[in-house]
Design a protein around this ligand. Sequence first.
Ligand code: PMT
Length: 409
Amino acid sequence: MGTLTNKRILLGITGGIAAYKSADLARRLRDAGAEVRVVMTRTAQDFITPLTMQAVSGSPVHVEMVSAESKTGMEHIELARWADAVLVAPASADFLARLAQGRADDLLTALCLATSAPVAVAPAMNTQMWTNPATQANMLTLRRRAVHVFGPGEGDLACGEVGAGRLLEPVELVTLTAGLFATGELDGLTVLVTAGPTWEAIDPVRGITNKSSGKMGYAVAEAAAAAGAKVILVSGPTALPDPERMQIIRVTSTQEMHDAVHAHVREAHIFIGVAAVADYRPVESAPQKLKKGAERIMLDLVKNPDILASVAALERKPFTVGFAAETDNIEQNARQKLTEKRLDLVCANRVGDGLGFESDTNSLLLIDASGITELPAAAKDKLARALIHHISGKYHVAQERQQQAEGRA
Ligand code: PMT
């Protein structure tokens, strides 16, 4: 897997001779695992054709604010929501000025305003234009607004001058773009995550389980790893491949998941229970396949341990986050779980009608003692990154409070 696996990168191209490098950049972003969509300004098309960019990116190129193909007439909003990150390379002096002013007079500037994803610019221009106080003032404004600035490099420029203003090489831009997802928010911390369903055997071929695919839990584990954490993923049976950069423990039953969690929970700073755990299991599991017989049979079930509650009850418990899959009264039921299981945070999601279980998208209500935050519907990987950002903030505040309390004691 590449460094940008499953990331959606919106590549913006503005007018400048360095635009010829954008084709190589798009290809390298895809080689690193990213899905790439391209937006070109009008002048960018004087330097490289949309057809070339379509061929290398594998998607139609967007150039107009309102296009005939757009279903909603709001292409800038659709693309702004689609992107996990926006990379404008090359970014011309004129584009940077318009971005700094907050203008929305073409598709690229409008979607940069509309997106909640990180925005990065790779300036490329003549040295005098780059060092001009107007450009430098624009860069200061953009940096203050958390726009990431990649480069420019120094060297021979297309205009014949030597100095600052060269577009960074595509390979460097790919590495820097991957770095946008490695926030370092959880550096030095260990995060223990449960994911997927559990399987409670009735006999060797039958069992009690549920429709959890593991997608949400794996996305949370990957987002934690990308944020710098050491991640231990305890997974029930799923069809998903093992994610990289983490320890994976595959289990089947709730009891096995419970035991694996408790074998590692002492090293965890944060525990996130995303698994859909079976609340009950058959009292006995038949050693041979059960034969068809009586018209009616009874299955005797016994309660499983509550893994999440058992972690939250530990004397030295990690910051404990639970999920609540609800079909109705979402907020009320989730608050009840927050209190009853003594959680630090609960993430409620609506399930049913194709939501939550199995699907690639989800939405969450994050509820704790201090309030409620809504993460609107988005792809599970994008949602997981927002969730990890939220958890990281809450964890660090809780740590500060605890240190202050220990200082007073
Ligand atoms: O896997 P996907 O297809 O991507 O679907 C994701 C999901 C819908 C499964 C996920 O987002 C989710 O909501 N997971 C929790 C589902 C659930 O079973 O909720 P619950 O209300 O039954 O349990 C509440 C919490 O207690 C959960 O954190 C659960 O992990 C935990 N629990 C429950 C029972 C038990 N015996 N032990 C537990 O630890």
